[in-house]
Design a protein around this ligand. Structure first.
Ligand SMILES: Nc1ncnc2c1ncn2[C@@H]1O[C@H](COP(=O)(O)OP(=O)(O)OP(=O)(O)O)[C@@H](O)[C@H]1O
Ligand SMILES: [Mg+2]
Length: 141
């Protein structure tokens, strides 16, 4: 049975496409969603050369930005947890899925870096290649 979902969210409209499906899963017995939001290295470069206090602030801001989404999913009857970390998204998504013993990963086909006509972004592709659990990829349309 599917009880735990890992939901990688990059604040893009593509990743938001997954939300209605995640809510539907709650009706099928899913109890928990782990929202993973990875701060990518390119973002860090714009933050005063990795200054410790700036990095901490960025992490706190990201956690705050996830509050609405958490409330939305909790109102749909799901327990939520957030993982906010720095690094390569696919690596952190896979690591979180393993450590939390999740049953499925639900994500967008593209993200913030979307290029028109691209079928699959690099995070989606790498998660699909490396995941040991099923990956549900939501198309853009
Ligand atoms: N930084 C991130 N943190 C959490 N989830 C992410 C992150 N980046 C991407 N994802 C997840 O992966 C999905 C696909 O995004 P992906 O990054 O593969 O596409 P892209 O940004 O269009 O392409 P690319 O990153 O290769 O330029 C997103 O809809 C989201 O679910
Ligand atoms: Mg991306």
């Amino acid at each position: 049975m599917i009880e735990k979902i890992v939901y990688p969210y990059d604040f893009s409209k593509f990743s938001e496409k997954a939300i209605p499906f995640i809510k539907d899963f709650s009706k099928l017995g899913v109890k928990k969603v782990i929202i993973v939001s990875v701060i990518e290295y390119e973002e860090l470069f714009t933050h005063v050369l990795f200054k410790e206090s700036e990095i901490r602030k960025l992490k706190e801001e990201t956690i705050k930005r996830l509050e609405n989404l958490r409330n939305d999913l909790e109102n749909a009857g799901l327990e939520t947890e957030t993982v906010v970390d720095f690094g390569i998204p696919a690596k952190i998504i896979i690591k979180t899925a393993k450590e939390s013993k999740a049953d499925i990963i639900i994500m967008g086909s593209q993200g913030r870096g979307a290029i028109m006509n691209a079928l699959l972004g690099s995070t989606a592709e790498n998660v699909l290649r490396r995941s040991e659990i099923p990956v549900l990829i939501i198309p853009p349309k």
